[in-house]
Design a protein around this ligand. Structure first.
Ligand SMILES: Cc1cc2nc3c(=O)[nH]c(=O)nc-3n(C[C@H](O)[C@H](O)[C@H](O)COP(=O)(O)OP(=O)(O)OC[C@H]3O[C@@H](n4cnc5c(N)ncnc54)[C@H](O)[C@@H]3O)c2cc1C
Length: 508
């Protein structure tokens, strides 16, 4: 055992997409971060292939949008649920056009490519140190800090570290989750599926150019157009399937013989996963916090599991920064779970509902399902855009806890690029801003008004912002660093009240 204790602000356990995004956000914000990852290499098996516009906006906030755009394809047609006769039952809409987040609403990608970019991104920060092949084997909370024991898989030594906070981004089998004794709640779906990726030798016009959920009761399966020549098949296991033989290449080709022949492509990887629908009931115990798959897991029918992890990171990062750097009350960290838990739950519940549509294997039930869905002319739905649960917000305006869009400003810049990862107060005109600045608002020191890390925008100077406010009959909006609306009001007096209330909640 090494007795030297390396100290840091935040230790992150696990360098999957959740840990890597959080480390980039904290690194950019200037916190000292240590990241421990058990494996030497990026996880190579087929996993996420889709993320949405809100997630690209988080990548923009860590200045990796360009690199991630280069490895992604924007979605054109969304996801189509068809029955055994190839009749469309239901469509999740999709478009490659610019959406409310200032970018496309659907992106398709290969998870290891994305993780590589996130890891390269960390090299920009001398304040972030990454340790690969290092497994966290114990964490002890002491007075005001955590002590962490890390096992080096190569030299078999144990090293100790000390961190103000430890964030468990350690995936579905999370060690940190066990440490905080957090119980999982099962939302009702648990089913093994075979997942495999192929690389086409040449483009194949007969394959669909979008995701298709094949709701065939004799063998439910999913086909996905990922990027360029990469395609994904996901196949539900049925009673009687032999897991060991099903995954053999001859059998894989047989399962997809309707679409493709072995001489047209190479199988890249195949794996059997059990899809889960779980949410944990406790995400924090003092200085230990769980984030990403360690806090929740969703079946992939909406392509939203990793998206939820990245939303978690975006929600928690600015709160950690304020608690550690600005020494605001650490109860702010409680809002991470109260806000994020109901949000992710609504995505999981919808994915479970979609799962029950596609996973129907009883022919009579499938017939009934088809009749019901085919008789509905409005069979298109979009991703939900739920509100955050109650946490760091003030007032009861319906806009509170929703995400603010990303309009283009007069300068031609997208809003987030102009304001950075800061609080932003939008006022319809200069007089309203003047009212705020002339009020007794200097007392709101925790929000850091009147400093460079608190930005203001005058809507009248930016037609897109002004239009947004006018359409909602609102004059002032307070946006948090994760782009969610903390307060909205029609008058400066009302907003001053909200600012003081929020500031008070940050006082130790
Ligand atoms: C078939 C499939 C399809 C999917 N499709 C989509 C999709 O289209 N869109 C989407 O958004 N999501 C999708 N997902 C979900 C997505 O892949 C996961 O939600 C995401 O990878 C979880 O990220 P994470 O960082 O929380 O966990 P992980 O990626 O699992 O990373 C956890 C890391 O922690 C490390 N670790 C664990 N314990 C320790 C320890 N004690 N010490 C050090 N390191 C440790 C692990 O080695 C691992 O690298 C899909 C998943 C599957 C299986």
């Amino acid at each position: 055992m090494d007795t030297e204790l390396n100290e840091t602000d935040v230790a992150i356990v696990g360098l999957g997409p959740a840990g890597a995004t959080l480390a980039n956000l904290l690194g950019l914000a200037g916190l000292n971060v240590l990241v421990f990852e058990r494996e030497k290499e990026i996880y190579p098996l087929p996993r996420a292939i889709h993320f949405d516009g809100e997630i690209m906006r988080v990548f923009q906030s860590i200045a990796l949008k360009e690199e991630i755009t280069a490895i992604s394809r924007t979605g054109l047609k969304g996801m189509h649920f068809v029955n055994a006769e190839n009749k469309t039952l239901l469509v999740r809409g999709g478009t490659g056009l610019k959406g409310p987040h200032g970018c496309a609403n659907n992106y398709y990608f290969h998870q290891p490519h994305l993780e590589k970019i996130l890891r390269l991104g960390l090299k920009r920060f001398s304040n972030v140190k990454t340790y690969l092949g290092q497994e966290v084997v114990d964490i002890i909370q002491k007075n005001g800090h955590c002590e962490i024991e890390v096992y080096d898989r190569k030299n078999h030594r144990i090293q100790q570290y000390k961190a103000a906070y430890v964030i468990g981004c350690d995936g579905a089998k999370s060690f940190v989750r066990k440490k905080i004794k957090s119980q999982s709640i099962d939302l009702g779906l648990e089913q093994p599926w075979l997942v495999f990726d192929i690389i086409l030798n040449d483009e194949l016009a007969s394959l669909p150019d979008h995701t298709v959920q094949i709701c065939d009761p004799s063998r439910p399966m999913t086909y996905c157009y990922v990027t360029q020549k990469r395609r994904r098949f996901e196949i539900m296991l049925l009673p009687g399937d032999n897991k060991d033989t099903l995954i053999e290449s001859d059998n894989l080709w047989k399962l997809v013989s309707k679409w493709i022949r072995p001489e047209q492509a190479n199988i890249e990887r195949a794996a059997i996963y059990t899809f889960h629908s779980l949410i944990n009931e406790k995400w924090r115990d003092e200085r230990l916090i769980i984030l990403g798959d360690s806090a929740h897991q969703t079946p992939p029918f909406l392509g939203q599991g990793m998206c939820a992890c990245i939303r978690d990171a975006s929600n928690l990062a600015w709160k950690l920064l304020m608690v550690i750097k600005d020494e605001v009350a650490n109860k702010l960290l409680d809002s991470y779970e109260t806000e994020r838990s109901p949000h992710v739950r609504s995505f999981i519940e919808l994915a479970v509902k979609l799962g029950s549509i596609i996973q129907t294997t009883d022919p009579a039930e499938a017939k009934k399902r088809d009749q019901e869905l085919l008789s509905n002319p409005n069979n298109i739905f979009q991703f939900p855009s739920p509100k955050l649960g109650q946490g760091f917000s003030a007032g009861s305006d319906p806009l509170v806890n929703t995400i603010f869009p990303q309009p283009e400003l007069k300068s031609g810049l997208l809003m987030d690029d102009q304001v950075g990862n800061n609080f932003v107060l939008i006022c319809k005109n200069k007089t309203l801003l003047q009212d705020i600045l002339e009020s007794n608002i200097e007392n709101a020191k925790y929000l850091k008004l009147n400093t460079t890390s608190f930005k203001t925008l005058i809507a009248a100077e930016h037609p897109n912002v002004d239009q947004w406010l006018n359409e909602r009959n609102i004059a002032l909006v307070l946006i948090r660093p994760d782009r969610y609306i903390a307060a909205a009001s029609k008058s400066s007096k009302e907003m001053i009240g909200h600012l003081l209330e929020l500031n008070e909640s940050l006082q130790n």
